[in-house]
Design a protein around this ligand. Structure first.
Ligand code: SDX
Length: 379
């Protein structure tokens, strides 16, 4: 079979679906969820309201939002058998691997085959959005040798996650900023993990497998895993004076600078601009962070040296500074990205089910034909 269009590595500019969930203008730096600008959602919405918007296509009424928030609160706990399973995970393992395994394990308890009926979809959405943060927090406490703590019904989604993680109630400003971070990370068109989610969804497997496959894809350093590596890089650089030689060395060695560059954005990612402001708010309240100055210098030097290639900060550049100031361990940054992105993955799962056709692209074969089978003793 011959391919009908030119091969593009990384499927650059090839549409993989028709979608009304989000929109990016990479030249102007615009991101919209269901047509609403990300700046407006960050300021006025909450993560759960945005999740509702992404999945069901419209902002909820007051009653719809209250019912959704209530259902999420009610489903936050995880089964003791999942907790017991997680206790067997090595405490040295990466929390993204723990999350991928735990998300897949939810499928052991609930129906295997996805059904495109609204009540099945709502139930799966509620379970996944509610339980993923509990699983991330549980692994964090268990690897420190503590028992996980139960969610608190009187706390909202983000405050409850920070409470389960740190075993104390969060500062209200930190909880609100964390919620905005989740909103900013909730969805982003056909990125690698969402593509992975849609391919998995197209086989009609269960939504837990859809999310597990997407978590595995998000983990890589070219995608969500970059937020963790940004902090490692800032620590390695160590001072503002060392930024320029560090960048010059990276450019000479042609190595990628983490938190910079994007397939779609050729200007600064609008989410990075918002995250930078959130980091500043946190520094104002909780004290200055020297890594912020290093980050600013990094952005300046990269603009000078690489802006002709359209390389600017992406979403992963400033998020780490925000989470770090909240005292969150670096290797939880990508699981937190996953907590947020589960909204987008599920919105794409829902959209895929509505007009499903299994993904089955083609390939360009570059191997041999009619080769003889050589017996092992003659190889
Ligand atoms: C996310 O897709 C999404 O929407 C993802 C995301 C989401 O919300 O889902 O926005 C989240 O994944 C953000 C990206 C996080 N990754 C990183 O920060 C890792 C560092 N950045 C990259 O490796 C890179 O920019 C990618 C992976 C993000 C994009 O890769 P592309 O589109 O395949 O671009 P490329 O690697 O082919 O680079 C094109 C050119 C090359 O130069 P030339 O060979 O043409 O001369 O730009 C250069 C690259 O060398 N380049 C960089 C660079 N990124 C691109 N050079 C130095 N440092 C970088 N970070």
């Amino acid at each position: 079979m011959t391919a009908i269009c030119e091969y593009k590595p990384g499927l650059e500019n090839i549409p993989a679906a028709q979608s009304s969930i989000s929109y990016v203008d990479g030249q102007k730096g615009i991101l919209e969820y269901r047509g609403i600008n990300i700046e407006e959602l960050a300021e006025k919405s909450t993560f759960l309201e945005t999740t509702y918007l992404l999945i069901w296509g419209a902002l909820p009424t007051k009653e719809e939002l209250l019912a959704f928030e209530h259902d999420i609160r009610y489903h936050r706990r995880i089964k003791y058998r999942i907790r017991d399973m997680m206790k067997c995970f090595p405490e040295t393992g990466h929390p993204m691997d723990a999350l991928q395994a735990s998300a897949a394990a939810l499928g052991l308890f609930y129906s295997r085959r996805a059904l495109p009926d609204p009540s099945y979809i709502r139930q799966a959405v509620v379970r996944l959005v509610a339980k993923i943060p509990t699983m991330v927090a549980a692994f964090q406490l268990m690897r420190k040798g503590n028992d996980p703590i139960q969610p608190r019904d009187d706390l909202d989604y983000s405050a409850n996650f920070l409470y389960m993680l740190n075993e104390r109630e969060p500062d209200p400003l930190a909880a609100r900023i964390f919620d905005i971070c989740l909103t900013l990370h909730a969805e982003h068109t056909m990125n690698a993990s969402t593509f992975s989610a849609r391919v998995t969804a197209s086989t009609l497997t269960d939504p837990y497998a859809v999310v597990a496959s997407a978590v595995g894809t998000l983990a890589g350093p070219l995608h969500g895993g970059a937020n963790e590596e940004v902090i490692d890089m800032l620590e390695e650089i160590g001072s503002v004076e060392k930024v320029r030689p560090y960048i010059e060395n990276c450019i000479e060695r042609k190595s990628k600078i983490m938190g910079f560059g994007h397939r779609v954005y050729k200007v600064k990612d609008p989410r990075a601009t918002i995250l930078q402001k959130l980091a500043e708010q946190l520094f104002e309240k909780f004290g200055y962070d020297k890594y912020y100055d290093i980050a600013l210098e990094l952005e300046r030097v990269i603009e000078e040296k690489l802006s002709h290639k359209g390389i600017y900060p992406n979403v992963d550049f400033y998020s780490g500074l925000v989470y770090r100031k909240m005292g969150i361990p670096t290797d939880l940054f990508t699981p937190i990205f996953a907590i947020a992105r589960v909204a987008g993955w599920l919105a794409h799962w829902n959209e895929q089910l509505a007009e499903n056709r299994i993904f089955r692209p083609t390939q360009i074969y570059t191997g041999d034909h009619s080769m003889p089978y050589v017996p092992i003793e003659k190889r």
